[in-house]
Design a protein around this ligand. Structure first.
Ligand SMILES: NCCC[C@H](NC(=O)CCN)C(=O)O
Length: 437
């Protein structure tokens, strides 16, 4: 069956044949049953893992508790080789295998990603504690499925990467630059949302930090001696609000005043704003940046302030789809009772992730999953839902579907080839697919 995602038909029809003709269907089913049993057997432990992370929310780059908890989780099974503080202070790596195949054969390294950073003030309002649980559960499940296999088409190993700082800083991008993904062949993770989707477009994001420097003075006694940096910040904010009407519907720009002054009777000498700029295409981002910069500079000119504009974090890219992985994930998900709506609901909103950058260098998927709430991400209600018992069924079902998808690919060289072909296809035509999804 061809994949239909919000009106898009994947350019791909041969999947079911490829699945039927290659590999041993019965063996594959057996492996899928094994992994499901394993995940079910560990369900209390997995829930306690994500609940512990949820109860101790930590901001990007400071996820010490979550890091230690996940490291302990994998270390308790000595068949995993665990590296704490792997390349970043709160990243980790757990690896297992290889299993099957001959000595010296090229190994297929299957990666699962765990995120675990929270948001300021509202805790795990994006459910990253559940992303950690999904990654851990899927990896443990796949290990159970592979453990007794001696005749896989290729030797397989599993790598779990703990990838901190998604909400800020771009932890995955730092890990890419440090070489953490260099030997990974496939990569899987899943993100909580309002509904299940094997693929949903995420757009490019770049951060802009704007600093205005003015001159302090007594605001009542000698205001004419001051240069008001708060006026510059307010004008900048207003300029952007005016600009917004002229932007394309799928572009986004939104920001806050991070520092607005010290006291009403001191003319603010320093203010700081943080803005996020988002577009589906990189070339549009350049246009949006130029327009935003003009707004910020105009505010400086009008008030006599100096302005400094920087982009402190790396750009997050859009996610490249992988039709084969998405299709397999949907088949496996449906077998577990996951419903994939044809049309997006409130979930259709624009968001961004540093997984986008990963999708440009390794074939992978980043499905979204329902967690038994209509609440929206980045709200207190979503925080509550991400810690609730009732999210568990959906979380573990997602982990099973990811792990089952990995089983399909490691058992079937035709599928692995298709996954790699898709990766090349979507990579080459990334602009086309980005604009059309
Ligand atoms: N500074 C990057 C913000 C990324 C953030 N990502 C999400 O909300 C989805 C995954 N947590 C965003 O604002 O899009």
């Amino acid at each position: 069956m061809c994949q239909s995602i919000y009106g898009t038909t994947w350019p791909f029809e041969g999947l079911s044949n490829a699945c039927m003709l290659s590999g041993d269907m019965e063996k594959r089913q057996q492996m899928k049953d094994d992994l499901q049993r394993c995940i079910d057997a560990h369900k209390d432990e997995l829930h306690s893992l994500s609940r512990d992370i949820w109860s101790n929310p930590e901001l990007a780059g400071n996820e010490k508790h979550a890091h230690d908890r996940l490291v302990r989780f994998f270390s308790q099974d000595q068949t995993w080789t665990v590296q704490s503080h792997y390349k970043l202070p709160t990243a980790f790596k757990a690896s297992w295998g290889p299993v099957s195949g001959g000595v010296g054969d090229p190994v297929l390294n299957v990666g699962f990603l765990c995120e675990y950073d929270a948001l300021p003030g509202i805790g795990h309002a994006c459910g990253h504690n559940l992303i950690a649980e999904v990654g851990a559960a899927a990896a443990v499940g796949l290990k159970a499925a592979l453990e007794n296999q001696t005749e896989l088409p290729v030797p397989v190993k599993i790598t779990v990467l703990g990838t901190p700082a998604e909400e800020e800083l771009g932890g995955k991008i730092e890990l890419i630059n440090a070489g953490a993904f260099a030997d990974i062949d496939l990569v899987f993770m899943a993100h909580p949302a309002q509904q299940d989707a094997s693929f949903h477009p995420c757009i490019i994001i770049e951060e802009m930090l704007v600093k205005y420097y003015g001159k302090a003075s007594h605001a009542a006694a000698y205001p004419w001696e001051g240069v008001n940096a708060l006026d510059a910040a307010v004008l900048a904010y207003s300029n952007i609000s005016v600009l917004r009407q002229q932007l394309k519907p799928d572009w986004r720009i939104h920001g806050i005043i991070k520092h607005g002054g010290e006291k009403p009777n001191i003319i603010p000498a320093y203010t700081e704003l943080e803005f996020y700029l988002r577009t589906p295409l990189l070339k549009d981002l350049c246009d949006l940046k130029a327009k935003a910069e003009a707004c910020f500079r105009a505010a400086a000119g009008a008030t006599g302030c100096q302005v400094e504009i920087t982009s402190p974090t790396p750009t997050y890219y859009n996610i490249l789809p992988n039709a084969t992985l998405a299709s397999l994930y949907e088949s496996n998900g449906k077998a577990l009772g996951i419903h994939f709506p044809e049309q997006p609901t409130s979930f259709c909103g624009k968001r961004s992730t540093d997984f986008g950058n990963v999708s440009f260098i390794v074939p992978g998927i980043h499905p979204f999953f329902y967690i038994c709430t209509d609440a929206l991400n980045h709200t207190e209600e979503y925080t509550e839902a991400a810690g609730a018992e009732k999210a568990q069924l959906y979380t573990l079902r997602t982990a099973k579907a990811l792990s089952m998808t990995a089983v399909d690919v490691v058992c079937c060289p035709d599928l692995l080839k298709k996954v790699r072909d898709d990766f090349r296809l979507f990579g080459i035509h990334s602009q086309f697919y980005t604009t059309n999804l």
